[in-house]
Design a protein around this ligand. Sequence first.
Ligand code: ADP
Length: 382
Amino acid sequence: KKRIAVMTSGGDSPGMCAVVRAVVRAGIYYDCEVYGCYEGYSGLVQGGSLLKKLDWEDVRGWLSLGGTLIGTARCMEFKERWGRLKAAKNMIVEGIDALVVCGGDGSLTGADLFRSEWPSLLEELVATGEISTEQRAKYQYLTIVGLVGSIDNDMALTDSTIGAYSSLERICEMVDYIDSTAASHSRAFVVEVMGRHCGWLALMAGISCGADHIFIPERPHKAGSWRDELKRVCSRHREKGRRKTTVIVAEGALDDELNPITSNQVKDCLVEIGLDTRITTLGHVQRGGTAVAFDRMLATLQGVDAVRAVLENTPETPSPMIGILDGKIVRKPLMEAVKLTKSVSSSIAAKKFDEAMAQRDSTFKESYANFLDISEHDDGSQ
Ligand code: ADP
């Protein structure tokens, strides 16, 4: 029987519990044993009680839950070779042949490194007498499958990460709450949303909530003119009778000279055109709460495919990342996805914003194009 460990690592996101549930149940269905690896990579490094067998009933009710019930952690030891050596030993001691990791690009980078180092880690464990040569032969290959759990939707080669739509839903609810008070008092609100270096949440929230303006890192506004543009757009919307102003700022928003655009700077502009302006930084409410239907579905389909990928994996196949492209669940080489994801930051640092945008998913690209289109053709005549 194959023994698969499943872990959640890095920042939590709604849908991670549904992933664990799907992996456990699909694993059992395909006659495997599934272990929960608690607290991210710390579970592998420390082993013992942090590696626990999970049965069908253990994950009952996990489909809709937010966060992750097997815990997540930032594990510094795993970034060191000695930590990964301990992790390899614990996996062999527990008889674990495969690992399903649900996390962001950091967690998936760690997973790929672990797999590439595996033969040399085993060599070292044999040399120090911690495992036998028979064990080395039995656990010669490590199968790792990555699932992307992140609210940011910042991973290349997948249209959507697990948790992004739940977070978007939460942001929209919050903006709706803010909107009613904004309209009552005729106020302006600057809403700062998460997303690290990715503007997906900000852009989609802007579109879904009908924001007056949005700021994201991938398509920055001009350093010399964004303030005037913001004032012009918001004033015009007021002149047309809008009683509220909503501006969404991604936490990583930049101008085209790579200076951060902050909520405070945006607020100052709105105050200058006479608006009573407040800043709302949504913070961790964006990560919390139950998973929306789409994330439950994505987590379940991808969790099942992760188990299939484990069973179909051969030493020649690169570690797969399970993604979704044009509605299809797909397997992509983990390393390629991680590399492309990281290249977005370098493109932005080199002011190659079109290249950064090109790495984003098609919904993102299209949404931005349409958003621009509509606001540029809005001549104030409606
Ligand atoms: P995320 O997975 O959400 O991007 P992090 O970047 O914090 O979050 O990564 C989560 C964990 O993955 C880290 O605490 C560490 O244990 C592991 N990890 C991240 N990057 C590496 C790396 N380059 N090498 C080994 N392990 C890593």
